[in-house]
Design a protein around this ligand. Sequence first.
Ligand code: FE2
Length: 388
Amino acid sequence: MNNMVVSGVNNQVFVASNLARIEQFYSVLLGLPVVKRTVHHLDPRLPVITFGFRTFKGEPRRGHTISYIEWNPIFYTMPEAGFVDREATIAGVASPRVGDPKGRWGAGTNHHLALHVPTRNGLLKWKRRLTDLGLHVTGPYNRQYFHAIYLRDPDGAIIEIATTEPGFGHDEAVLGSGFRPQPKENLIGGRDELLTASETWPQPAPAITDDFALRGFHHFTSISSNAERTEKFFVETVGLRLIKKTDYLDEKGGTHYYYGCDDELSPGSVLTFFGLPGYSTGRLGTGLSHHFSLEVENDAALAHEHERLRRAGVRISDIQNAVYSKLFFFRDPDGHICAISTPTVLTVDEPQDELGQRLCLPPEVEERRIEIERNIALRPAPVPVPAG
Ligand SMILES: [Fe+2]
């Protein structure tokens, strides 16, 4: 398919209650480097940390990043509309509504982020390493197109680790050609949970060796209350390619549709939706993703997509300069926040070999550095985890 403007996925942004805990989780437990420390481009009172992935010899370089926004006033819900428009963000941060800060799954929220490991042995090493470090890990499950384990970040967001093999092409000649029902042994109620829970790597895995270091994204998964409506939106309006229609393996009666965001159809460029009819609407907050962003090649393509979606009647924000990329937000039919972004360039304000070491501020708030640094320093630091 040559008319796809979106060239892949770019970034997923979560909300956390404490960035120091998140940093420990990603950099110490998962081995991902911090590549940027900054504040949100719409409100400097919101600290942001970004993690990247190492590049491995012979493997394609992907510019995937994971960011976390800290929503610090822990007794308050975050702005209902999210951090999408400047005025609403500033007003929401200045006077947050009293309530539960935790996000709640539902239609229009993400469900999990899947990271990519090449092999099933690598997956088992992750399970051994993370359980030895005290995390609760489920799986490895056979997801028919990959194998996967699941864990949670410190605020409860679900993180999956998924393999390359066997891939999406082994059960149909033309991807997305029809509904592919799943074998009973993959479905909840039909699979052997005890056998799954007992399987792990036989030796400890205290160091993250290259064979199982995380490569980037595998897929993003969100929740739809109407799978057909979501399919129509992402295929006809956004312009992605449907690559698989199948069962949701963990809840009877649900569907799982997969969309490719580039022509390669490799892990890392896949968006998926659980179709759960009648699911009530979720709520943004800690332990959930705020949005994911799809990538276009440059500013001209971004402006083109902005105009195209606007004409199609999609709810969109203005194009914003987020310092490291330009982007605009839009909402899918369930209200899920998505973004389309230019590629992330992290070296605009610090050299490549010094990424993530210091707090970088957008030029217009640099004069407020002392106040911003003091604000960040007030956060409690977590107890270090002794892991290599
Ligand atoms: Fe998944």
